[in-house]
Design a protein around this ligand. Structure first.
Ligand SMILES: NC(=O)c1ccc[n+]([C@@H]2O[C@H](COP(=O)([O-])OP(=O)(O)OC[C@H]3O[C@@H](n4cnc5c(N)ncnc54)[C@H](OP(=O)(O)O)[C@@H]3O)[C@@H](O)[C@H]2O)c1
Length: 324
């Protein structure tokens, strides 16, 4: 199969990590980059030896040598850039969170479905070997009935009002940037919650700085999840079932390992080898799906991505904030 030809939109931190990781795979290569500024496009292209550089996103998505567009802008620009690419007939991989809310996420999904094009949220964690193995164990029933899921994602960020993490106009806030990982992890195990409650405290710019979530499911299972921009947290995850539990090592959302511990205490270790950042595995999945004629990944389908966005909408709507 010919390698998928990627065009990258945005020249920031994660775009650089994705392009570097693509060099570790045979499934695709970066052929083009688009930036809001010609200088950034040139600098990025020179740094990563990318042949085609474009001084606008419009020109990048129109590049006939591009098969698939990777959207790596701040989240408020995801919907616009993804739809732009789909309208130009390109397949899309859109950074997490897929969009700012469920309505926007649904608009991207609809634009892809209308054109029979592939679209996926770049929830790269789903494709890491330890998570693939967790899904296999879940499907095998090894854990019994799932009782609870827990996961946390806290990172320390300097209080800079211009930082993407804190600026409201750039989609700042803990939930969409960090909390999306625990919420997506719980969704992978338990689906969409039927009850959502949350405690949210604002950061100094007013965006959500710290969020604790409790979800209830029709099955009787529960999830307790949290995220914060104020400190590095353990970044562990656990899935507890009636027969066994899984304890994922820190950082659960990156290449990692886990223990499977049965009710009687028998422990099995899973510690896969990893190379690179781990981002290339989602690129492999995009290439595999497109090669197989699929318009969605079975491991990260659009319906679930939209449901995850809806759950995060519910978290912010249900939030107990100071003074409420
Ligand atoms: N998968 C992961 O592990 C991971 C990690 C970090 C971030 N992310 C996600 O990736 C996205 C980008 O994050 P990042 O950390 O790479 O951000 P970043 O370093 O700030 O880069 C974002 C890029 O988007 C473009 N952009 C378009 N409109 C912009 C605006 N109004 N202000 C600033 N930049 C704008 C810029 O490129 P041009 O000027 O060249 O157009 C900029 O370089 C976010 O949605 C984030 O959640 C994912």
């Amino acid at each position: 199969m010919e390698p998928l030809r990627w065009g990258v939109i945005g020249t920031g931190r994660i775009a650089a990590a994705f392009v570097a990781d693509l060099e570790l795979t045979e499934s695709g290569r970066t052929v083009a980059v688009g930036s809001r500024s010609p200088r950034s496009a040139d600098e990025f292209a020179d740094r990563h030896r990318i042949p085609n550089r474009h001084p606008s996103y419009e020109e990048a998505v129109a590049d006939p040598e591009v098969d698939a567009v990777y959207v790596a802008t701040p989240h408020p620009m995801h919907r616009g850039a993804a739809v732009l690419a789909l309208e130009a007939g390109k397949q899309v991989l859109v950074e997490k969170p897929f969009a700012m809310n469920a309505v926007e996420a649904g608009e991207i999904a609809d634009a892809a479905r209308e054109r029979d094009l592939f679209a996926m949220e770049a929830m790269w964690t789903r494709f890491l070997p330890h998570v693939v193995e967790i899904r296999r164990l879940l499907a095998s029933g090894a854990l019994g009935t799932i009782v609870s899921v827990s996961a946390d994602h806290g990172q320390w960020f300097a209080e800079d009002p211009k930082s993407r993490l804190f600026a409201p106009e750039l989609g700042g806030g803990a939930l969409l940037d960090l909390g999306v990982y625990p919420v997506s992890f719980a969704s992978m195990v338990l689906g969409a919650p039927s009850r959502v409650s949350a405690v949210v405290d604002p950061a100094f710019t007013g965006v959500d700085g710290q969020v604790s979530m409790a979800f209830g499911y029709e099955s009787g299972a529960q999830a307790s999840l949290s995220c914060t921009l104020r400190a590095k947290s353990p970044t562990r995850a656990a899935i507890v079932g009636t027969e066994a539990r899984i304890e994922v090592d820190p950082d659960f959302y990156r290449p990692s390992g886990f223990d499977l511990i049965t009710r009687s205490g028998e422990r099995t270790r899973f510690d896969p080898a990893h190379d690179g950042h781990g981002l290339r595995l989602q690129a492999d999945e995009v290439a595999r799906c497109i090669g197989a004629g699929l318009t969605e990944s079975p491991a990260m389908p659009l319906e679930e991505t939209v449901a995850i966005a809806a759950t995060m909408d519910q978290v912010l709507a249900a939030a107990l904030t100071p003074g409420r």
